[in-house]
Design a protein around this ligand. Structure first.
Ligand code: SF4
Length: 325
């Protein structure tokens, strides 16, 4: 996309699942250093499969990476050996998940779980690692006492568990933090607190963040740049302001109309007709043509390419090329 070297560049990534589900289709995405990049799409659009590939945890099989590159700091993650991927994970690239309960070890105290990562990746001895774990818990707002350090996950509330997971994520000062729907399971007040926390930590630590969400409103609050994914392809990518003020692609436009906007109270919301296509049955041409109110003959026949229509503003739609036949 750009001539400069981003922190992460995903190029033509293509992933299928047995027997014939096409989850990610020639996907391109770039994340700059210190950027919060929002990846938005409906459930089943390929967001999590993409991030799982970035962190090197895609189970092959059933997944098959057919083509593409994931260039992180100049190295293609897809070409790394398992041991190299393991070293990268947690140390250079970390992940925060939607449901921390699934990923925290229920039989290990929080302090021990953070210490393990510090000892594994940074070779820290037990005592200083536990002290560092306490510092990290303080950074995420759990340092009022040493109680959390000595707690098991089941002794913490949902919001506290998410904070602890974030502390684990930032423990080794990663260059890239992948936050996969980190606020979706929380109520609105907690959502806001976790968003503020992630935003503050990014400011302090200057890491890049790939922030994955189905919710444009959430992404609006935190991202610098936004990419919209549909049926495994990026259909629009631009600075946040451009996406929200002047979306070019019909799917993005409809997504924006379908979310509650506090500034437009009283205006009716418009649901996008239909559902995201099953990865086994992706429509021909533009995959959105079965739901798009502007669909033309060409839309079912040819796949529109992701092109730069304004500086830094990429979109994929035949209408933007004047193809209205
Ligand atoms: Fe709609 Fe056609 Fe544009 Fe796809 S290419 S978004 S179907 S107008």
């Amino acid at each position: 996309m750009n001539s400069h070297e981003p922190l992460l560049r995903i190029q033509n990534l293509d992933i299928t699942f047995k027997p014939k589900a096409h989850a990610v289709r020639s996907l391109n995405l770039e994340i700059d250093k210190s950027q919060i990049h929002g990846l938005v799409g409906e459930s089943g659009s390929g967001k999590s499969v993409t991030s799982t590939a970035v962190i090197g945890l895609l189970p092959e099989p059933p997944a098959k990476i057919n083509s593409g590159q994931i260039i992180f700091k100049g190295r293609d993650i897809l070409k790394l050996k398992q041991e190299e991927k393991r070293k990268l994970r947690g140390r250079e690239i970390a992940m925060v998940f939607q449901e921390p309960s699934k990923y925290l070890n229920p039989s290990l105290k929080i302090g021990e779980q953070i210490r393990e990562g510090l000892s594994l990746h940074l070779g820290m001895a037990r005592k200083p690692a536990l002290e560092r774990a306490f510092e990290l818990l303080s950074m995420v707002g759990l340092g009022e006492s040493r109680r959390v350090l000595d707690s098991f996950p089941h002794e913490l509330s949902g919001g506290m568990k998410q904070r602890a997971m974030i502390a684990m994520g930032i423990a080794c000062n990663p260059s890239l933090l992948i936050a996969d729907e980190p606020t979706t399971a929380l109520d609105v007040t907690l959502q806001l607190q976790i968003l503020e926390l992630i935003y503050d930590l990014q400011n302090r630590l200057k890491m890049s963040i790939l922030f994955i969400s189905h919710d444009l409103n959430v992404v609006k609050q935190i991202a610098d740049r936004v990419s919209v994914i549909y049926a495994g392809k990026i259909v629009e990518s631009a600075d946040k302001k451009a996406i929200f003020k002047n979306p070019l692609q019909p799917y993005t436009q409809l997504l924006l109309l379908s979310i509650p906007d506090p500034e437009k109270r009283g205006k009716p919301l418009k649901a996008i007709p239909g559902t995201v296509p099953d990865a086994e049955f992706i429509p021909s041409g533009c995959a959105f043509h079965t739901r798009c109110p502007y669909s033309k003959k060409i839309c079912a026949e040819e796949m529109p390419l992701l092109k730069e229509y304004k500086t830094g503003h990429f979109a994929a739609c035949h209408l933007l090329d004047g193809n209205t036949g």
